[in-house]
Design a protein around this ligand. Structure first.
Ligand code: ADP
Ligand code: MG
Length: 685
């Protein structure tokens, strides 16, 4: 609990506040209004604009409870300029008395034309006396919870703002140089302003959160994020890692053996990685790029540089099918170079597993590829120098930490190369990934033609089946992706089996295979091999093929119930085709009626093939929380700043963070304490 958790309200009130995540006076100060109401001036009744919240005042000249068309309290109010009606559809007996004829009331509400003329329904209504003072600041409207009134919140915040002993809560944490450079308003002035804005404040900029006071708060929030991430980054960089300078022997040998040339984008990322590996502190690099851009070969070359320096390498993937495929690819590349590559998985037989474990422990196995099995208790590396984590977002911090602590040499931390399956939008990598160095493969290998995407209603299923039939007859290969059933794995499996059976009946002269997550590993790999070799023409699959599967001859894909899938999943699936000479065609089958969000998603995936653009739009649709996946756990999400709209502030905060850590470390600490005191436990590995 924070230091300022000392009673700032009664226990009952504090309990309610904690429902709003307010646990300290600082939290109260940062409980910022959703919007504002203008009670600083009065409109004459006759001039009050319609359709807008306005304040008027007048005498009650008539009061009546109507029984029809439904029970309601109707008042008539007059102010010299005009007369209008007030209607309360819910009211207490006490209100009838309070709003008696002759009373003066101040009303805040939306004026509109009703059955009898101008009226307000359920306005905010206060009995006043003539010349009662008007508010001199805009009235904030706060997010609240049951039993906690706006007035109560306003009072509590006012108390904190006015308490002279709270000076440190409002002190400035930024040096003048940064305030000047980024033209930022002061912290205290900004907080006070947002809670009590003067009547002449631009309502539009307050609402749009572009007002300088808002900018300052957002900047502070982003700065705290950058500071904390860069601080962790610096701490980790102080640790020791085995320096693995490029020797260009094994790597050259592999490059010479490849059937293709690296693209310039691949070369650039490889140079960055190679440079990091040569240093004696641990690399923390994220390698990202669109589906199919060729991350695997870059990872293989990085592994070779480590192996050239007699370091062991571990490569971890989140699913067996992906790990297995990495194993096949990398052993095909590395075994000819006399390097021992081993495979470790949960489903392995005990005897075989023990052999592999012994090879890893003795240091004989130079490259170990596997799933979560790689960081289980029995695993110990002799001298782990590089950990490669494929699909990094599917692993939690602790799992990555577990893998990296698997070396016998306890004081040495391996280098880490993380890979992401789908591109990460720039704003996201600048903010939530600021604790990593990022390498981007921004171009696909030559000769790829974009996949053609078709949206077809599921009512035309038979037509689609016939098209698949005809295509497979001409030597093409296709995937048929079964519907995703998130609620039940059993049901998902059942559906896949049924799909397989109906397709086998409808397409009796084709060779059809069924692959799903529950199959034993050996069967899965046999199926994938048969598909790769062209023996299977149509592969019915659950979403297990989503990541990484690479069969260049497959050029067709049907995805059933595409409306149930997320954008990155669809993009990943579609990325399985269009990898060979044949133009890929992806048929997205959907079932009507489509929800609004599903319609949006399908439109995006239909229109775009560029993964970075799809990712950007996905981030917009879902927000960072969902986008970040497992990585999110423990990471405080941004409350005020918006990744898309506040792009310029993210950049400013990034530069400012480095500046503060270097030149104003104490103020940096103060700033972090203010913003992340409780939330700073997410040390990443
Ligand atoms: P991803 O980045 O999605 O993991 P992969 O590493 O699986 O992509 O690569 C996709 C395909 O592209 C593989 O078949 C791979 O061999 C091939 N590939 C990679 N780099 C090149 C290149 N420079 N030129 C041609 N093909 C390449
Ligand atoms: Mg991959």
């Amino acid at each position: 609990m924070s230091s300022s958790t000392t009673a700032f309200a009664s226990e009952a009130v504090q309990q309610k506040l904690s429902r709003l995540d307010i646990n300290s006076e600082h939290d109260l100060l940062l409980h910022l209004p959703l919007r504002y109401e203008d009670e600083t001036h009065l409109y004459p009744i006759n001039d009050a604009p319609e359709g807008k919240t306005v304040q008027v005042e007048g005498l009650i000249i008539h009061s009546e409870v109507l029984a029809r068309p439904r029970q309601q309290l109707v008042l008539q109010v007059e102010d010299g300029s005009g007369i209008f009606f007030i209607r309360f559809l819910h009211f207490y007996g006490s209100q009838i008395k309070r709003y008696a004829v002759g009373k003066r009331v101040r009303l805040l509400g939306e004026m509109r034309q009703g059955f009898f003329g101008a009226e307000m329904v359920h306005p905010k209504c206060k009995v006043v006396t003539e010349n009662d003072a008007l508010a001199n600041t805009l009235t904030p409207v706060y997010p609240t919870t049951a039993g906690l009134s706006q007035t109560m919140i306003i009072k509590l915040i006012g108390k904190v703002l006015n308490n002279i002993e709270n000076k440190s809560l409002l002190s400035e944490t930024l040096p003048d140089s940064i305030l000047d450079k980024y033209q930022l308003a002061g912290f205290k002035a900004s907080i006070v302003f947002l809670h009590q804005p003067s009547p002449d404040a631009s309502a539009v900029s307050l609402l749009a959160r572009t007002h300088p006071a808002w900018r300052r708060i957002k900047f502070d929030e982003l700065l705290a994020q950058q500071l904390s991430m860069r601080l962790h980054y610096r701490l980790r960089h102080k640790r020791n890692a085995p320096a693995q300078p490029a020797k260009n022997k094994l790597t050259q040998a592999l490059l010479a053996a490849l059937s293709f040339q690296l693209t310039s984008a691949q070369k650039k990322t490889l140079t960055e990685i190679s440079h990091d590996l040569a240093l004696h502190h641990p690399m923390q690099r994220l390698l990202q790029g669109d589906v199919g851009c060729g991350k695997t070969i870059v990872a293989a070359l990085a592994a070779l540089q480590a192996i050239e320096n007699d370091c062991q390498v571990a490569m971890m993937a989140p699913t067996e099918i992906l790990a297995e495929q990495n194993y096949q690819k990398l052993s095909a590349w590395l075994t000819p170079l006399n390097i021992t590559v081993v495979w470790l998985s949960g489903s392995q037989k005990k005897k075989q597993k023990n052999e592999v474990l012994a090879d890893i422990a003795s240091g004989h196995a130079m490259l170990s590829i596997g799933t979560h099995a790689l960081f289980q208790d029995q695993v110990e590396f002799d001298r782990l120098g590089l950990a490669i984590i494929d699909e990094q977002h599917r692993f939690g911090v602790h799992q990555r930490l577990a893998l990296c602590s698997k070396s016998k040499q306890a004081d040495i931390v391996p280098h880490q190369l993380m890979m992401s399956a789908t591109p990460i939008p720039r704003t996201l990598s600048m903010s939530y990934y600021a604790d990593l160095d990022v390498s981007i493969i921004d171009k696909l290998p030559p000769g790829r033609s974009p996949v053609i995407t078709k949206l077809i209603a599921d009512s035309r299923r038979n037509e689609i089946i016939m098209r698949i039939h005809d295509a497979c007859q001409t030597g093409k290969q296709a995937y048929w992706v079964c519907p995703l059933i998130e609620e039940s794995e059993t049901l998902q499996l059942k559906t896949a089996q049924e799909t397989y059976e109906t397709l086998s009946q409808a397409l009796a002269n084709l060779n059809i295979g069924l692959i799903h997550g529950k199959l034993p590993t050996a069967e899965k790999s046999a199926l994938m091999l048969a598909f790769k070799q062209g023996e299977i023409q149509l592969l019915v699959a659950t979403t297990v093929i989503e990541v990484g599967v690479d069969v260049p001859n497959a050029s067709l894909m049907v995805i059933e119930h595409a409306e149930r899938m997320g954008l990155s999943q669809l993009h990943q699936l579609r990325g399985r085709i269009g990898r060979g000479a044949e133009t890929g065609v992806c048929i997205l089958m959907y079932q009507e009626p489509l929800s609004k969000i599903a319609r949006k998603r399908l439109k995006i995936i239909f229109k775009h093939t560029d993964g970075f653009e799809i990712a950007r739009q996905d981030l917009n649709l879902r927000g960072p929380g969902e986008f970040l996946g497992v990585r999110q756990s423990g990471v405080p999400l941004l409350r005020f700043a918006d990744l898309e709209k506040d792009h310029d502030l993210i950049e400013a905060a990034q530069t400012a963070a480095e500046e503060m850590l270097t030149h104003y470390p104490q103020m940096a600490q103060q700033h972090l304490k203010r913003w992340l005191e409780e939330k700073n436990e997410y040390l990443r590995v």
